[in-house]
Ligand binder design. Structure first.
Ligand code: THU
Length: 133
């Protein structure tokens, strides 16, 4: 992946975080997904008064990509306006695995702190489509 692509993804994730609907946690998250077609999809976290229905930024971005017809995810960038990075939660790791078992997952924030790992490292031995026979 080129530096330009990465910096584009980071910019998209930063912009998406501005749209965060997080009145309960006050924790804004933005995500950008680089899909198989080469297109980028944005997502933010969307909370709900019924707390269990909150949707993470990563899943918003992935579901948006799938709605546009994408079936493969190459890279996910997560941005939080915090001093330390936010790694994707377990549910999001599982959803990334469905479309990008070999995806690169990068978390960035407002300092130089950075996480850059493979999904395989974040979710070793994942349950996936292959387990359904
Ligand atoms: N959140 C995300 O959007 N992505 C993550 O990877 C971690 C958590 C959101 C969910 C909720 O709206 C808020 O952050 C606090 O958990």
């Amino acid at each position: 992946m080129t530096k330009a692509t990465l910096s584009h993804l980071e910019k998209v994730a930063r912009t998406a975080a501005k749209a965060s609907y997080s009145p309960y946690s006050q924790f804004a998250v933005g995500a950008a997904v680089l899909a198989g077609s080469g297109k980028t999809y944005a997502g933010t976290n969307v909370e709900n008064a019924s707390f269990g229905l909150c949707n993470c930024a990563e899943r918003t971005a992935i579901f948006t990509a799938v709605t546009a017809g994408e079936k493969k995810i190459k890279c996910v960038v997560v941005y939080t306006p915090t001093p330390t990075v936010t790694p994707p939660c377990g549910a999001c790791r599982q959803v990334i695995n469905e479309f990008g078992p070999r995806a690169r997952v990068i978390s960035v924030c407002d300092t130089k702190d950075r996480l850059d790992l493979s999904l395989e490292t974040l979710l070793p031995g994942a349950f996936g489509p292959g387990n359904l026979g």
